[in-house]
Design a binder for this molecule. Structure first.
Ligand code: CUO
Length: 685
């Protein structure tokens, strides 16, 4: 049987034909009839020229290839978008074929055949979703998209510099090419202060990966239907928004405003400065004060009116007010405390699990699409879908957050209808937190530190038709000094208990420097970590490092090194013990501070694990970041509502966080101090 790692070579240099070198020195032995007409007669000659460098030949079995006409109908140079229904159907079709292959060998054969005949980005999407969902490809880490499609992540100006470096300087002596920081706008646009968040490569990779794990329709029921996926859609995006708002506070900007009146001009412009390598075109900008228009683009099979979205949102808001939705058969489905948010997540996104797409439509996805076509709604100028049409690029655009603030507001309409948690749901009898402290090396207690860092990533796997060898790009990103939480918990009961420690960070003051009310602060609480601890009778001292967070994955996992050795054997335990690539990037765990310190509140709670636990052993194939990503092939590892205890309003007597606290909770003030220095990572030649 073929080594499943060979499948990863199909992501390498997506526009280069299948029969040329892949990875360091591997080639696929492609059956003649799999080659495209253009190359059938010359592939042997090309291979002969390269023959002495080949270290590995990967056999490809000649099998009967399923009908690929549907996905092949998308031209290779069109910008694929999962938000365009025709594209999504093609992706579904292809995923079905890939998922249906009866073995790794067959999957490799079909994928090898398909690769040169399909739109490269559609191919990448479908193969990525497949590898994340087939049982026999468990443990395979798909390469981060920036290694196959760097054009979606970095300023297009660097590609000329890269060509020069690669053409002139031999491999081994090349220097990293620095991606200019802070280059999509000037300070005349206040929104530009958030460039380091919106345009962070790791943040965008997280969002891309999350949507691969949780497609809304591609691949059909078996792939879409996951435990609480609608609720996780709400929660993961709510958290990204809370994080963004915290960053806004530290940049003297007010909270993001909802884009809820779809007839308003969008006051934020955005000029992406990205060139699509697939379409060989620049991504279209959106000028400020652009209005949404009805979209009618027959070539894309897209016709959608702004009024459709307005109608859907009215119906959804009505359903929330009434406390139930009507399913396709006319039955009432209650939006109750436990299932309501999950139903709404699937309804609003919407996924194919929506109880009724006919009535409630497809609000969030079509919003992305209308915004992504707002520069050329009727295709007059032959422009393609904009960056809001791709989960890998959407977070770069300020409108992403305004659109999601609107979506979140709809979710919160439901959440605010739920009864506040009774004391019995918040407290943990006989358990109390007596102390909380965070320690950062070289700082006073309860001070966190942020600064800039420059890191290098190898993007050579995405540089088609260039000489081989390493090509490093150096980018600037936010970073924080690692820190440790020390939490003292008293167990006054006589027996050992277990607790779930839940740690959140929130702003202490609002944008006008007033202390925050609970009802507002709860929406800005950012989850930093969640973990289970044993609690022995008496005092317990718990130490936890920031890098262990349940929301993040380490830098090396967001940006794994390209495999220099080519596909190797790798024991299955070794593969299975790895992370699978979904998670908020560790370097963005903490919001950027202020030189004088950004005042925040650190909230720590320990809840009763007996009420939190799901009846399933903890663990799984991937050590991802379960808080935002769930666990592969497992139920979400916490029975509580996502965001608990901040997902609901508090009782009438609670105006601020201090009044919300029970003995099993504690709040300490922390300051985030930012130093305007850039740490340069050493680059080894
Ligand atoms: Cu993640 Cu709007 O859902 O992009």
């Amino acid at each position: 049987m073929a080594d499943k790692k060979n499948l990863l070579l199909l992501f390498d240099r997506p526009n280069e034909p299948i029969f040329v070198q892949k990875g360091q020195a591997a080639v696929f032995d492609v059956p003649d009839k799999f080659l495209t007409d253009r190359y059938r007669s010359i592939s042997k000659k090309v291979l002969r020229d390269f023959a002495e460098k080949v270290e590995e030949r990967i056999p490809v079995r000649d099998i009967t290839i399923p009908d690929l006409r549907v996905p092949m109908s998308l031209p290779r140079d069109v910008q694929f978008s999962i938000f365009i229904p025709a594209h999504s159907r093609m992706a579904s079709h292809l995923i079905d074929i890939f998922m249906g292959a009866s073995s790794i060998d067959d999957l490799l054969s079909v994928a090898v055949y398909a690769r040169d005949r399909l739109n490269p980005y559609l191919f990448n999407y479908a193969l990525s979703v497949t590898l994340l969902h087939r049982k026999d490809t468990r443990g395979l880490n798909i390469p981060p998209l920036v290694q196959s499609f760097p054009d979606k992540f970095v300023d297009s100006r660097i590609f000329r510099l890269i060509r020069e470096e690669v053409f002139v300087v031999p491999d081994g002596s090349r220097r990293p090419i620095t991606i200019p920081r802070d280059c999509t706008a000037s300070d005349l646009d206040p929104e530009h202060r958030l460039w380091y968040f919106r345009e962070d490569i790791g943040v965008n990779l997280h969002h891309w990966h999350w949507h691969l794990v949780y497609p809304f329709e591609a691949g059909g029921g078996a792939i879409v239907e996951k435990d609480r996926r609608g609720e996780l859609f709400y929660y993961m995006h709510q958290q990204m928004l809370a994080r963004y708002n915290l960053e806004r506070f530290s940049n003297s900007l007010a909270r993001v405003t909802r884009f809820n009146n779809l007839r308003d001009p969008i006051k934020e412009g955005y000029f992406p400065k990205l060139d699509s390598l697939v379409a060989s075109r620049s991504y279209a900008p959106r000028f400020k004060d652009t209005k949404l228009s009805d979209v009618n683009r027959p070539l894309d099979h897209v016709q959608r009116d702004v009024s459709d979205l307005e109608r859907w949102s009215d119906r959804i808001l009505n359903a929330i007010a009434e406390g139930f939705v009507i399913d396709e058969s006319g039955k009432q489905v209650p939006l109750d405390d436990v299932r309501g948010i999950d139903i709404l997540g699937n309804l609003i996104e919407s996924s194919i699990l929506s109880p009724n797409r006919t009535t409630y439509g497809n609000l969030h996805n079509k919003g992305h699409m209308l915004i992504a076509f707002s520069h050329d709604p009727d295709h007059s100028y032959l422009e393609e879908v904009g960056i809001m049409g791709d989960t890998a690029t959407a977070m770069r655009d300020p409108i992403f957050y305004r659109w999601h603030a609107y979506m979140d507001d709809i979710f919160q309409q439901h959440k605010t209808r739920l009864k506040p948690y009774p004391l019995s749901d918040l407290s943990y009898p006989e358990i109390s937190i007596t102390g909380v402290q965070v320690d950062t090396e070289g700082s006073q207690p309860n001070v966190l530190q942020t600064f800039w860092q420059q890191s290098d990533i190898d993007i050579s796997g995405g540089l088609d038709f260039l000489l081989r060898g390493d090509v490093l790009v150096r980018f600037t990103h936010l970073q924080h000094t690692p820190f440790t939480y020390t939490i003292n918990i008293n167990n006054d009961g006589g027996a050992q208990r277990y607790g779930t420690v839940r740690i959140f960070l929130g702003p202490k003051r609002d944008e006008t420097h007033k202390e925050m009310l609970f009802k507002e602060q709860r929406l800005l609480m950012v989850e930093l970590d969640k973990f289970i601890v044993p609690l022995n009778p008496g005092q317990n001292t718990i130490r936890r490092r920031s890098c262990e967070s349940s929301v993040t994955i380490p830098f090396e996992q967001t940006f794994p090194k390209l495999d220099k050795t080519g596909p190797g054997e790798g024991s299955s335990e070794e593969l299975e013990s790895k992370f699978c690539g979904c998670g908020w990037p560790d370097h963005m765990l903490i919001p950027k501070g202020l030189p004088e310190g950004l005042c925040c509140e650190l909230f720590v709670m320990v809840s009763d694990y007996d009420q939190d636990r799901i009846d399933e052993p903890f663990g799984g194939a991937c050590k991802d970041a379960p808080s935002y990503c769930g666990l592969r092939d497992r139920r979400y590892p916490d029975r509580r509502a996502m965001g608990y205890p901040f997902d609901r309003l508090a009782g009438k007597d609670v105006n601020n966080l201090a009044q919300f606290l029970t003995p099993n909770m504690k709040v300490v003030d922390v300051e985030v101090r930012h130093e305007e220095r850039t740490e340069q990572l050493d680059y080894e030649n």
